[in-house]
Design a protein around this ligand. Structure first.
Ligand SMILES: Cc1cc2nc3c(=O)[nH]c(=O)nc-3n(C[C@H](O)[C@H](O)[C@H](O)COP(=O)(O)OP(=O)(O)OC[C@H]3O[C@@H](n4cnc5c(N)ncnc54)[C@H](O)[C@@H]3O)c2cc1C
Length: 457
């Protein structure tokens, strides 16, 4: 990691935090001819390419291949797979350029940007301090500082060598056992991966169900899949203390203990607003994120995007914001952000794609809800697929207005099937119109048509 010296003292735009959203907006502004300084304390590219989406999905893909090999019997003869984590670790290291951002830095510089490596603190609109250097922005300050793991205040936990996603992604030697604290997307994805490579995995979740932000049916599908892979799942489990030493970690629960050689804390992520100087922008630093308006504006000349806004922790949201911010700064086709069709995918096997509101959220908002749900296994493609075909398509419609306000597509390639319903929710396509569409046979997305038939029955 090189530190690039001599940042210009005054520029058109400062982008603080060069994760996916920051990198995107900084590159767009530089390409448009603005003088831009991008600042990052760590790697240009942020969490997603080095410790998040990309390496975790490389792991998911590897674990998926093992699961598919196990499904050959009874379908295509027999196959034996010899799991070897070193292959996965090597591929992840290659995929992250061994956690080196030289290529990304060069790409940004080629667009005309100036990269500064260091911790930046906002000192007011248009003003950021990095060490002893103050940089001023004439036109725009974009805060894109992302989020970091939120670690619960469990007695004994602080100071133990627990893993966050970073150590899990950088893991080059498997532990014999792993306790995953937190049953959200990151916890269940990584838990399933490690289990499929032979690690004894426990998932401990305080809430009543896994992937709690999604439909209860999704929680069931994910739980069943984990259990089938040998994962022990404890929901509604309150951890009263953590001890480390000897062979690993001991978690004391209200009922019993759970032990593991390693402990992965995956209990959510949150921005550290105090550490980035958000108070100097008039932002309440105890909040969930920096409040923004429809064009991601915080104050005159200041924008925020991505995880730091607290709206959602997804790379696609950060990059969606980045386009809005760049267009607003450059005075191009202004458009307002809309979150009614925010897609999410949990990349377990089966995948759980979801968009818009869950049934419970829609009811809580007073929507006159109509719901339909069909099983993947009962559709032609699901039956053809055989083992690994669990999942469902659930549609949540606004009965009065006649369009979908939410949908879940769980199953093989559930994240891909999601595209169809995400468009429908986004564009508020009438469900009657969706029913008139031709759906290719035999595809997983025909489950949407079956659910529509149920909705209109
Ligand atoms: C294991 C895992 C898997 C994930 N999988 C997915 C997925 O499949 N799909 C998906 O959409 N999302 C996924 N995510 C979430 C995704 O990685 C984040 O939502 C995304 O990276 C957020 O982008 P961002 O631009 O807001 O900032 P970040 O990627 O968080 O980057 C922020 C950058 O700002 C820098 N920074 C922070 N403060 C300062 C400061 N004061 N000075 C200088 N630099 C600073 C940081 O060093 C960092 O590089 C995953 C996350 C994890 C952890």
């Amino acid at each position: 990691m090189s530190r690039l010296a001599d940042p210009p003292g005054e520029v058109d735009a400062i982008v603080l935090g060069m994760g996916p959203g920051g990198e995107d907006v900084a590159g767009r502004l530089a390409e448009a001819g603005m003088s831009v300084v991008g600042i990052d304390a760590n790697l240009l590219g942020g969490e997603c390419p080095y410790w998040g989406c990309i390496p975790s999905k490389m792991m998911v893909r590897a674990a998926g291949l093992l699961a598919e090999a196990a499904r050959v019997t009874g379908m295509a003869g027999s196959a034996t797979a010899a799991p070897d984590w070193r292959t996965v670790a090597r591929r992840v290291a290659e995929g992250t350029d061994h956690w080196d951002d030289a290529v990304a830095v060069e790409r940004f510089r080629a667009k005309g940007g100036h990269f500064v490596r260091g911790w930046g603190v906002v000192e007011g609109p248009g003003r950021v301090r990095v060490g002893d250097t103050v940089i001023e922005a004439r036109r725009a300050l974009v805060v894109a500082t992302g989020s970091t793991p939120s670690v619960p205040p469990v007695p004994g936990l602080a100071g133990t060598p627990y893993w966050t996603n970073r150590e899990a992604i950088e893991c080059d030697e498997l532990p014999s056992s792993l306790v995953v604290l937190g049953g959200g997307s990151i916890g269940v994805e990584l838990g399933q991966v490690f289990a499929r490579f032979g690690v004894e995995v426990h998932v401990v979740e305080a809430g009543p169900r896994l992937v709690a932000a999604e439909e209860p049916e999704s929680s069931e599908v994910v739980r069943d899949a984990l259990v089938a892979d040998g994962v022990r799942v404890r929901t509604g489990a309150h951890v009263s203390a953590v001890e480390a030493g000897g062979v690993g970690f001991t978690l004391r629960l209200d009922e019993g203990v759970v032990t593991g050689e390693r402990l992965l804390v995956a209990t959510g992520r949150r921005p550290d607003l105090a550490a980035i100087g958000a108070a100097s922008l008039g932002v309440e630093v105890g909040g969930r994120g920096i409040p923004i308006d429809g064009r991601c504006r915080v104050a005159r000349g200041v924008w925020a995007l991505g995880d730091v806004t607290g709206i959602g922790a997804f790379t696609h949201l950060s990059m969606y914001h980045a386009r809005i911010v760049a267009d607003d700064i450059l005075g191009r086709e202004p458009h307002e952000a809309s979150y009614h069709a925010l897609p999410r995918v949990t990349f377990t096997d089966p995948e759980v794609g979801a968009v818009g509101m869950t049934e419970a959220q829609a009811r809580a908002r007073g929507v006159d809800v109509a719901v339909a749900c069909t099983e993947v296994a009962s559709e032609a493609r699901g039956w053809i697929h055989g083992p690994g075909n669990s999942g469902f398509v659930k549609l949540v419609a606004d009965r009065a207005r006649g369009f979908l306000v939410g949908a879940t597509t769980a199953g093989p390639m559930g994240g891909e099937v999601l595209g169809l319903v995400a468009l429908a929710v986004h564009a508020r396509v009438p469900t009657a119109e969706l029913s008139r569409m031709i759906y290719a046979y035999p595809t997983f997305h025909r489950g949407v048509l079956a659910a529509l038939d149920q909705l209109h029955a």
